[in-house]
Design a protein around this ligand. Structure first.
Ligand code: GDP
Ligand code: MG
Length: 597
């Protein structure tokens, strides 16, 4: 295709501002799908994918558009992952484009995620086209939002497109703006193949599907290609694009976006950011910016029912086929039995995987406290990474512990600002910046990631009644006064409940955990001490009093049925308990104890 007739763009937006709805409208308007096929949001809908037996995980779609100048254009709409944990994937998608539509809700205005995404887009030298969406809403204030875009982001919004993706207003204007304002890609067809691996996913019919952006040269079916970072060679067996239905082509040339398959079995072999070149006539240098993503949050996943371990193993292995960014290895816990220690890109990623395991694989799981990755310098000069409190070396052998920090941007209506500042302060935050725009404040804090993984996000949302938005990125490791806190039930440490905390917070957290456990562990026939300890030193304690009488004593003497029922109920309750030493700990206790607040 003629480079001048190609436009590669992505849509950036805060969640719910209308990115998917707009994308669907663009597909519909350019004839990608007949109206009757547009029953549901195409780009998001997994069921529709299944129904058609095609993958639209390639939220990336090729649109054919005849512009008002009478010429035909190919518009490649690249979708970007929707949340902060996938920052690197987002950056690769953006690197594959020359421009972006910045969708802002006309009633909500600019939010934290809008900002984070737009700054990335600016870094990639994108031409940014502001689209003010939902102008059909009675509460829409497009002029105010234009001003926000100018004041907060510093973009000229005088020629922002006013649209309603839902009612189909302004869609042609959006398409014309893409053609007229976003520059065409550059590239050289005569040079050796150089393509960026933008995304990869596992498809049950096609195997691993690889989304690429060709920079120079071209890629064809039957070609031997080389992944430069992975240093592997593969034979291309399909080349094509999504319209959004899958369509195969003879080749993809410079500036083009599309997919290939090459008989690859696992996504781990096709890593985002890698450079694809011709095996026989390779490019001299890979594209800049390849990065291997590393998990930053770890936790243990254990089946509630020990009999489900095999099922958990299989399910995790299947998920991993499709997600190279989470890691897992077997873990055994005295309290929870056999399970896996899993690593994630962030908290939301953890939640997604957990949710998928329970929903798609029907697994009932216990999650241990999330832990970040600590760097430990030992007295003997060696260093190690720690992502399981259980592996904490003896404190006397440790010289220094460093913990990861993040820079968080929080966007919040004025009235909640005080409580948000307090929350950040309580979590050892360091305020870097505070600015006001309209009735809202933008606060920038440096925070230890450890303080964010517990329940920061939930707290933020509840304090602000859902109005605060939050975005973060990592800024490296810093020394911290960190200790391992153990929780002991009846004098035995419950491994699944131990956690690494800052010394200044150990006591409060320990007390809190003991109180929770006291309420959650049922009484036994003996007294049960619950203690929080650092090393051998107890810092908090509670005691569960002994049960004095048999439960059935409560029943009226003669009522045998009732007595039996009660005993049965008790037995049922037992199944959901974890025996620990001679103490039964209900599953809810683990979950609840790990929720702070
Ligand atoms: P995304 O999270 O950015 O992909 O947002 P969605 O496209 O999923 O839209 C979020 C919600 O806003 C959905 O309920 C849409 O129906 C609604 N929505 C999207 N565009 C418009 C619009 O132009 N007007 C109105 N009133 N609602 C819209
Ligand atoms: Mg969406």
């Amino acid at each position: 295709a003629d480079l001048n007739r190609i436009r590669n763009f992505s849509i950036i937006a805060h969640i719910d501002h209308g990115k998917s709805t707009l994308a669907d409208r663009l597909i519909q308007t350019t004839g990608g799908l007949a109206a009757r096929e547009m029953s549901e949001q195409v780009l998001d809908n997994m069921d529709i994918e299944k129904e058609r037996g095609i993958t639209i995980k390639a939220q990336t779609v090729r649109l054919d558009y005849r512009a008002s100048d009478g010429l035909d254009y190919v518009l490649n709409l690249m979708d970007t992952p929707g949340h902060v944990d996938f920052a690197y994937e987002v950056s690769r998608s953006l690197a594959a484009c020359e421009g972006a539509l910045l969708v802002v809700d006309a009633a909500q205005g600019v939010e934290a995620q809008t900002l984070a995404n737009v700054y990335q887009s600016i870094e990639h030298d994108h031409e940014i086209v502001p689209v003010i969406n939902k102008i059909d809403l009675p509460s829409a204030e497009p002029e105010k939002v234009k001003k926000e875009i100018e004041d907060i982001i510093g973009l000229d919004a005088s020629n922002a497109v006013l649209a309603s993706a839902k009612s189909g207003i302004g869609i042609t204007e959006v398409l014309e703006a893409i053609v007229k304002r976003i520059p065409p890609p550059k590239g050289d067809a005569t040079k050796p193949l150089k393509a960026m691996l933008v995304d990869s996913w596992y498809d049950p019919y096609l195997g691993v599907v690889i989304l690429i952006r060709v920079i120079d040269g071209s890629i064809r079916k039957g070609q031997q290609i080389k992944f430069m970072a992975a240093d592997s060679v593969h034979l291309v067996d399909r080349v094509g694009a999504f319209r959004p239905k899958i369509e195969q082509f003879a080749e993809l040339g410079p500036g083009e976006v599309g997919f290939i398959t090459a008989q690859i079995k696992e996504v781990a072999q096709a890593r985002v950011g890698d450079t694809i070149t011709d095996a026989k006539r390779p490019a001299n240098e890979p594209l800049p910016g390849f990065k291997e993503v590393q998990p930053v949050v770890f936790c243990g996943l254990f089946p509630t029912d020990a009999a489900d371990f095999e099922k958990l193993r299989d399910s995790i292995a299947k998920l991993r086929l499709n997600d190279a960014s989470f890691s897992f290895e077997m873990e055994t816990s005295a309290a929870l039995g056999f399970g896996f220690r899993c690593g994630f890109l962030g908290l939301l990623h953890l939640e997604i995987i957990q949710e998928r395991l329970s929903r798609e694989y029907d697994l009932d799981l216990i999650t241990t406290a999330p832990s970040v990755v600590y760097h430990i310098a030992m007295r003997d000069g060696s260093t190690r990474e720690l992502h399981n409190p259980a592996d904490m070396p003896d404190p006397s052998s440790i010289l220094q512990i460093d913990e990861p920090w993040i820079e968080a941007t929080i966007y919040v209506p004025d009235e909640y600002l005080g409580s948000i500042l307090k929350l950040c302060q309580d979590r050892r935050g360091i305020q870097k910046n505070l600015t006001y725009v309209g009735g809202r404040a933008q606060v920038v804090y440096e925070l230890p990631l450890n303080e964010v993984v517990f329940d920061f996000y939930d707290r933020l949302k509840s304090i602000s009644r859902g109005y605060a938005s939050f975005d973060y990125h990592q800024i490296g490791h810093r020394e911290g006064d960190l200790v391992k806190m153990s929780i002991m039930v009846n004098s035995e440490a419950v491994d699944a409940l131990s956690m690494i905390v800052h010394r200044s917070q150990a006591e409060a957290r320990g007390r809190h955990m003991c109180e929770r456990m006291k309420d959650l562990i049922p009484r036994h026939l003996f007294k049960i001490p619950i203690q929080a300890a650092i090393g051998g030193k107890v810092i908090a304690r509670e005691t569960i009093a002994a049960l004095r009488k048999d439960v059935t004593a409560k029943c009226y003497g003669g009522d045998a049925t009732r007595k039996r029922k009660l005993l049965e109920k008790q037995k049922e309750g037992k199944k959901r308990m974890r025996q620990y030493g001679n103490v039964d700990i209900p599953q809810e206790a683990f979950i609840a104890a790990l929720r702070m607040g």
